[in-house]
Design a protein around this ligand. Structure first.
Ligand SMILES: [Zn+2]
Length: 312
């Protein structure tokens, strides 16, 4: 029995039905907005494809299912482009590895997550593999930016589009996760469920949760910039920038009539009274620029963000 999120189930069923009817494409591209769960869905689909039973969903008991659970299945290969570019040598190695007959079950699967991170040579190598499909071999790709993939790759894949869940669905799902309550108080930052989960896994939920109150204290004169930025370093400056930018973005939207999260009401009142809407927009742009500059240069993060907050 699968425990994946409700909004992923129709996509999973769609592929299970095609597989049972023996009409599943050997290449799948799972798309959707960042953080809606493409990777989680892909892993479920891969488990189904690797299972040796003739059931629609993975049985969980056969040798293949056991090897998948232990992360040691020799006929399953994965490339993840989240942290770094996927290069052609990696794709070639993987294609070579799966060119043999399956060692355990009936199928072989290559999973490429965040596939937009393939460089052009890697993408061409994948295209070649899709054009000359090896027997019983499936390619499963995920991407939140599928339009940046080669059109020739897209056209060879069955497109599985993951819907974006609404706020109520995300809230309900979060309640089943550890610390789901705390995470749903971060809806002002994002309502993308797996982005929230990533924030928690990285141990950054508290950093974000405390920002609105700390900022209110700063603007009311009861806290200093250095107190807010205590704990800031190169590993989390992007989180500070994201959090501050999200607060400004929500406040700007609220000034034009959109509802605002209750966690931001106090900071909204203070920001509008102190800076006004034009300045809020300027500070928002400035934060975005700071974030992109940080990726290109070796700026001192504390100095940069201190300079920014001193203008609030
Ligand atoms: Zn099985």
């Amino acid at each position: 029995m699968s425990t994946i999120a409700d909004w992923l189930m129709p996509c999973l069923r769609q592929v299970q039905v095609l597989r049972q009817a023996n009409s599943l494409s050997h290449a799948l591209l799972i798309t959707g907005a960042d953080g809606v769960g493409q990777e989680e869905l892909a892993h479920e689909m891969v488990k189904d494809l690797m299972c040796e039973s003739d059931q629609a969903a993975a049985c969980g008991h056969c040798h293949s299912c056991q090897l998948m659970r232990a992360d040691t299945h020799p006929d399953f290969r994965v490339l993840d482009g989240q942290a770094a570019t996927i290069k052609v040598d990696q794709v070639r190695l993987l294609v070579r590895q799966i060119s043999q007959k399956p060692q355990v079950g009936q199928n072989k699967v290559v999973l490429i997550t965040h596939a937009q991170a393939m460089n052009i040579n890697a993408a061409n190598a994948v295209l070649k593999a899709l054009e000359e499909p090896a027997d019983r071999t499936y390619f499963v790709l995920t991407s939140s930016q599928s339009t940046s993939l080669l059109p020739t790759i897209r056209s060879r894949c069955l497109l599985v589009n993951v819907p974006t869940p609404n706020e109520a669905e995300v809230r309900q799902w979060l309640m089943k996760q550890a610390d789901g309550d705390a995470l749903s108080s971060l809806f002002w930052l994002t309502t993308q469920p797996f982005r929230l989960l990533a924030v928690q896994k990285q141990g950054k939920a508290q950093l974000y949760a405390s920002l609105p109150d700390q900022l209110t204290d700063l603007l009311r004169g009861s806290a200093s910039v250095s107190a807010i930025l205590k704990g800031l370093d190169n590993s989390n400056i992007e989180d500070y920038c994201n959090g501050l930018a999200a607060i400004l973005h929500q406040c700007i939207c609220h000034s034009t009539g959109a509802p605002i999260d209750s966690a931001l009401q106090a900071i909204y009142d203070t920001l509008i009274a102190r800076l006004g809407i034009q300045t809020l927009m300027l500070r928002y742009q400035s934060l975005q620029k700071l974030k992109s500059d940080l990726q290109k240069t070796n700026l001192n993060p504390i100095m940069q963000l201190t300079h920014e907050l001193n203008q609030w």
